[in-house]
Design a protein around this ligand. Structure first.
Ligand SMILES: [Fe+2]
Ligand SMILES: [Fe+2]
Length: 259
Protein backbone atom coordinates (compact mmCIF):
# COMPACT_ATOMS: atom_id res chain seq x y z
CA UNK A 1 0.00 0.00 0.00
CA UNK A 2 1.21 3.48 -0.82
CA UNK A 3 0.26 6.32 1.49
CA UNK A 4 0.71 9.99 0.66
CA UNK A 5 1.04 12.33 3.64
CA UNK A 6 0.71 16.04 2.81
CA UNK A 7 2.26 18.58 5.19
CA UNK A 8 0.27 21.38 6.81
CA UNK A 9 -2.05 22.87 4.19
CA UNK A 10 -1.92 26.66 4.66
CA UNK A 11 -4.76 28.85 3.41
CA UNK A 12 -6.21 29.22 -0.02
CA UNK A 13 -2.88 28.76 -1.83
CA UNK A 14 -2.27 25.50 -0.02
CA UNK A 15 -5.73 24.23 -0.88
CA UNK A 16 -5.37 25.25 -4.54
CA UNK A 17 -1.98 23.52 -4.73
CA UNK A 18 -3.55 20.33 -3.36
CA UNK A 19 -6.47 20.54 -5.79
CA UNK A 20 -4.19 20.86 -8.81
CA UNK A 21 -1.25 18.67 -7.78
CA UNK A 22 -2.92 15.81 -5.94
CA UNK A 23 -4.44 14.00 -8.97
CA UNK A 24 -1.14 13.80 -10.93
CA UNK A 25 0.79 12.80 -7.77
CA UNK A 26 -1.74 10.07 -6.97
CA UNK A 27 -1.51 8.62 -10.46
CA UNK A 28 2.27 8.98 -10.82
CA UNK A 29 3.08 7.34 -7.45
CA UNK A 30 0.09 4.96 -7.51
CA UNK A 31 -1.18 6.26 -4.16
CA UNK A 32 -3.86 4.28 -2.33
CA UNK A 33 -4.52 6.43 0.73
CA UNK A 34 -4.06 10.15 1.40
CA UNK A 35 -3.65 11.93 4.75
CA UNK A 36 -3.14 15.68 5.10
CA UNK A 37 -2.53 17.95 8.05
CA UNK A 38 -5.18 20.67 7.81
CA UNK A 39 -4.66 22.71 10.98
CA UNK A 40 -3.92 25.87 8.95
CA UNK A 41 -6.24 25.18 6.01
CA UNK A 42 -8.76 27.97 6.73
CA UNK A 43 -6.93 31.24 6.06
CA UNK A 44 -3.84 29.95 7.86
CA UNK A 45 -5.63 29.40 11.17
CA UNK A 46 -7.74 26.37 11.92
CA UNK A 47 -10.27 24.60 9.77
CA UNK A 48 -14.00 24.96 9.05
CA UNK A 49 -16.60 22.42 7.98
CA UNK A 50 -16.65 23.93 4.48
CA UNK A 51 -12.84 23.88 4.11
CA UNK A 52 -12.71 20.28 5.36
CA UNK A 53 -15.37 19.30 2.79
CA UNK A 54 -13.29 20.94 0.08
CA UNK A 55 -10.21 18.95 1.18
CA UNK A 56 -12.11 15.65 1.39
CA UNK A 57 -13.59 16.28 -2.07
CA UNK A 58 -10.17 16.33 -3.74
CA UNK A 59 -9.45 12.81 -2.51
CA UNK A 60 -8.00 13.14 0.99
CA UNK A 61 -9.17 10.41 3.37
CA UNK A 62 -8.10 11.73 6.78
CA UNK A 63 -7.29 15.25 8.00
CA UNK A 64 -4.92 15.54 10.96
CA UNK A 65 -4.13 18.70 12.89
CA UNK A 66 -2.34 20.22 15.85
CA UNK A 67 -2.29 23.30 18.05
CA UNK A 68 -4.17 25.45 15.49
CA UNK A 69 -7.18 23.11 15.32
CA UNK A 70 -9.16 25.26 17.75
CA UNK A 71 -8.59 28.61 15.98
CA UNK A 72 -12.02 28.69 14.31
CA UNK A 73 -14.31 28.33 17.29
CA UNK A 74 -17.39 27.77 15.11
CA UNK A 75 -15.78 24.54 13.84
CA UNK A 76 -15.55 22.86 17.26
CA UNK A 77 -18.98 21.10 17.01
CA UNK A 78 -17.97 19.84 13.56
CA UNK A 79 -14.58 18.58 14.84
CA UNK A 80 -16.46 16.84 17.63
CA UNK A 81 -18.63 14.87 15.22
CA UNK A 82 -16.57 14.20 12.06
CA UNK A 83 -14.18 11.37 12.95
CA UNK A 84 -12.14 11.84 9.77
CA UNK A 85 -10.86 15.13 11.19
CA UNK A 86 -8.43 14.43 14.01
CA UNK A 87 -7.15 16.62 16.82
CA UNK A 88 -4.16 15.50 18.90
CA UNK A 89 -5.11 12.48 20.99
CA UNK A 90 -3.13 13.64 24.02
CA UNK A 91 -5.30 16.65 24.85
CA UNK A 92 -6.84 16.14 28.30
CA UNK A 93 -9.86 13.84 28.62
CA UNK A 94 -13.08 15.76 27.94
CA UNK A 95 -11.74 17.74 24.96
CA UNK A 96 -14.09 17.39 21.94
CA UNK A 97 -13.10 15.40 18.85
CA UNK A 98 -11.10 12.26 18.10
CA UNK A 99 -7.37 11.68 18.19
CA UNK A 100 -7.36 8.51 16.13
CA UNK A 101 -9.44 6.79 13.48
CA UNK A 102 -9.52 3.42 11.73
CA UNK A 103 -10.51 3.61 8.05
CA UNK A 104 -11.44 0.66 5.92
CA UNK A 105 -9.93 1.21 2.50
CA UNK A 106 -10.64 -1.46 -0.17
CA UNK A 107 -10.81 -4.06 2.58
CA UNK A 108 -7.59 -2.91 4.29
CA UNK A 109 -7.80 -1.25 7.69
CA UNK A 110 -5.62 1.84 8.10
CA UNK A 111 -5.36 3.53 11.48
CA UNK A 112 -4.25 7.14 11.85
CA UNK A 113 -3.20 8.65 15.18
CA UNK A 114 -2.59 12.35 15.76
CA UNK A 115 -0.33 13.40 18.65
CA UNK A 116 1.06 16.72 19.84
CA UNK A 117 4.53 17.22 21.23
CA UNK A 118 4.86 19.18 24.47
CA UNK A 119 8.28 20.77 24.13
CA UNK A 120 7.76 24.48 23.31
CA UNK A 121 4.05 23.66 22.85
CA UNK A 122 0.83 23.59 24.90
CA UNK A 123 1.39 21.35 27.91
CA UNK A 124 -0.78 18.44 26.86
CA UNK A 125 -0.59 14.89 28.27
CA UNK A 126 2.50 12.78 27.55
CA UNK A 127 2.51 11.88 23.83
CA UNK A 128 4.80 8.90 24.48
CA UNK A 129 2.55 7.23 27.06
CA UNK A 130 -0.77 8.22 25.45
CA UNK A 131 0.58 7.27 22.01
CA UNK A 132 1.88 3.87 23.09
CA UNK A 133 -1.42 3.05 24.83
CA UNK A 134 -3.34 3.86 21.67
CA UNK A 135 -0.96 1.86 19.47
CA UNK A 136 -1.38 -1.22 21.70
CA UNK A 137 -5.18 -0.79 21.53
CA UNK A 138 -5.24 -0.34 17.74
CA UNK A 139 -2.89 -3.27 17.10
CA UNK A 140 -5.81 -5.56 18.05
CA UNK A 141 -7.55 -4.21 14.96
CA UNK A 142 -4.79 -3.48 12.40
CA UNK A 143 -1.01 -3.40 12.10
CA UNK A 144 -1.18 -0.57 9.58
CA UNK A 145 -0.81 2.51 11.75
CA UNK A 146 0.30 5.98 10.63
CA UNK A 147 1.11 8.67 13.20
CA UNK A 148 1.16 12.42 12.69
CA UNK A 149 3.40 13.72 15.49
CA UNK A 150 2.80 17.47 15.61
CA UNK A 151 5.78 18.96 17.40
CA UNK A 152 8.29 21.77 17.54
CA UNK A 153 11.41 20.05 18.91
CA UNK A 154 13.33 17.77 16.56
CA UNK A 155 14.62 15.71 19.50
CA UNK A 156 11.11 14.94 20.76
CA UNK A 157 9.99 13.74 17.33
CA UNK A 158 13.13 11.65 16.72
CA UNK A 159 12.89 10.07 20.18
CA UNK A 160 9.23 9.24 19.59
CA UNK A 161 10.07 7.64 16.22
CA UNK A 162 12.54 5.27 17.88
CA UNK A 163 10.17 4.69 20.82
CA UNK A 164 7.47 3.25 18.55
CA UNK A 165 9.79 1.79 15.89
CA UNK A 166 8.54 -1.60 14.74
CA UNK A 167 5.07 -1.09 16.23
CA UNK A 168 3.71 1.34 13.61
CA UNK A 169 4.08 1.78 9.87
CA UNK A 170 5.07 5.45 9.90
CA UNK A 171 5.74 8.45 12.12
CA UNK A 172 5.41 11.68 10.17
CA UNK A 173 6.39 14.93 11.87
CA UNK A 174 4.41 18.13 11.28
CA UNK A 175 4.09 21.68 12.73
CA UNK A 176 7.38 23.42 11.84
CA UNK A 177 6.29 23.84 8.17
CA UNK A 178 9.92 23.23 7.13
CA UNK A 179 10.69 19.92 5.44
CA UNK A 180 13.61 18.01 6.95
CA UNK A 181 15.94 15.84 4.90
CA UNK A 182 16.07 12.92 7.35
CA UNK A 183 13.44 10.59 5.92
CA UNK A 184 14.37 6.99 6.65
CA UNK A 185 13.16 3.53 7.50
CA UNK A 186 14.04 2.97 11.17
CA UNK A 187 15.64 -0.39 12.15
CA UNK A 188 12.29 -1.94 13.16
CA UNK A 189 10.57 -1.01 9.89
CA UNK A 190 8.84 2.28 10.75
CA UNK A 191 9.04 5.00 8.10
CA UNK A 192 10.10 8.29 9.68
CA UNK A 193 10.59 11.99 8.89
CA UNK A 194 11.06 14.76 11.47
CA UNK A 195 8.92 17.18 9.47
CA UNK A 196 7.12 16.74 6.18
CA UNK A 197 6.94 20.52 5.60
CA UNK A 198 4.11 22.78 4.47
CA UNK A 199 1.76 23.08 1.54
CA UNK A 200 1.21 26.81 1.25
CA UNK A 201 2.74 30.11 0.15
CA UNK A 202 6.37 29.73 -0.93
CA UNK A 203 7.54 33.28 -0.13
CA UNK A 204 6.50 33.54 3.50
CA UNK A 205 7.64 32.84 7.05
CA UNK A 206 6.07 29.42 7.58
CA UNK A 207 2.99 30.55 5.66
CA UNK A 208 2.56 34.10 6.96
CA UNK A 209 3.33 37.37 5.15
CA UNK A 210 7.08 37.79 5.75
CA UNK A 211 7.02 41.53 6.56
CA UNK A 212 4.50 40.99 9.35
CA UNK A 213 6.69 38.37 10.99
CA UNK A 214 9.84 40.48 10.61
CA UNK A 215 7.96 43.35 12.28
CA UNK A 216 6.89 41.04 15.08
CA UNK A 217 10.50 40.07 15.73
CA UNK A 218 11.66 43.69 15.56
CA UNK A 219 9.04 45.19 17.87
CA UNK A 220 7.78 42.24 19.98
CA UNK A 221 4.24 43.62 19.80
CA UNK A 222 1.18 41.52 18.97
CA UNK A 223 -0.21 42.13 15.49
CA UNK A 224 -2.53 40.62 12.93
CA UNK A 225 -1.04 37.91 10.74
CA UNK A 226 -2.18 37.22 7.18
CA UNK A 227 -1.44 34.23 5.00
CA UNK A 228 1.12 35.24 2.37
CA UNK A 229 0.19 35.54 -1.31
CA UNK A 230 2.00 34.41 -4.45
CA UNK A 231 3.21 31.01 -5.61
CA UNK A 232 2.87 27.89 -3.53
CA UNK A 233 4.82 24.81 -2.52
CA UNK A 234 3.43 21.32 -2.02
CA UNK A 235 5.30 19.23 0.55
CA UNK A 236 4.57 15.58 1.16
CA UNK A 237 6.01 12.11 1.62
CA UNK A 238 5.13 8.86 -0.10
CA UNK A 239 5.35 5.85 2.21
CA UNK A 240 5.33 2.32 0.85
CA UNK A 241 3.96 -0.20 3.35
CA UNK A 242 3.94 -3.98 3.30
CA UNK A 243 0.25 -4.47 4.17
CA UNK A 244 0.72 -7.93 5.63
CA UNK A 245 3.49 -6.95 8.06
CA UNK A 246 2.48 -3.34 8.65
CA UNK A 247 6.14 -2.35 8.12
CA UNK A 248 7.38 0.20 5.63
CA UNK A 249 9.79 -0.51 2.81
CA UNK A 250 10.35 3.02 1.48
CA UNK A 251 9.75 6.70 2.21
CA UNK A 252 10.25 9.44 -0.35
CA UNK A 253 10.07 13.20 0.12
CA UNK A 254 8.21 15.36 -2.39
CA UNK A 255 8.40 19.11 -2.79
CA UNK A 256 6.61 20.55 -5.80
CA UNK A 257 5.98 24.11 -6.86
CA UNK A 258 2.58 25.60 -7.70
CA UNK A 259 1.50 26.81 -10.16
FE1 LIG B 1 0.83 24.02 10.91
FE1 LIG C 1 1.09 23.55 14.49
Amino acid sequence: MKVLFIGDIVGNIGRSAVKVLLPPVVSRYKIDFVIANGENAAGGFGITEQVAAEIFNVGIHVITSGNHIWDKKEAIPFIAKDHRVLRPLNYPPGVPGSGSVVCSHHGVKVAVINLSGRVFMTSVDCPFRVGMGEIERLLNDTNLIIIDFHGEATSEKIAFGYYVDGKVSAVIGTHTHVQTADEKILPGGTAYITDVGMTGPAVSVIGIEKDQIIERFLYQMPRKFDTAKGNGIFSAVVVEIDEKKGKSTAIQRLQLTYP
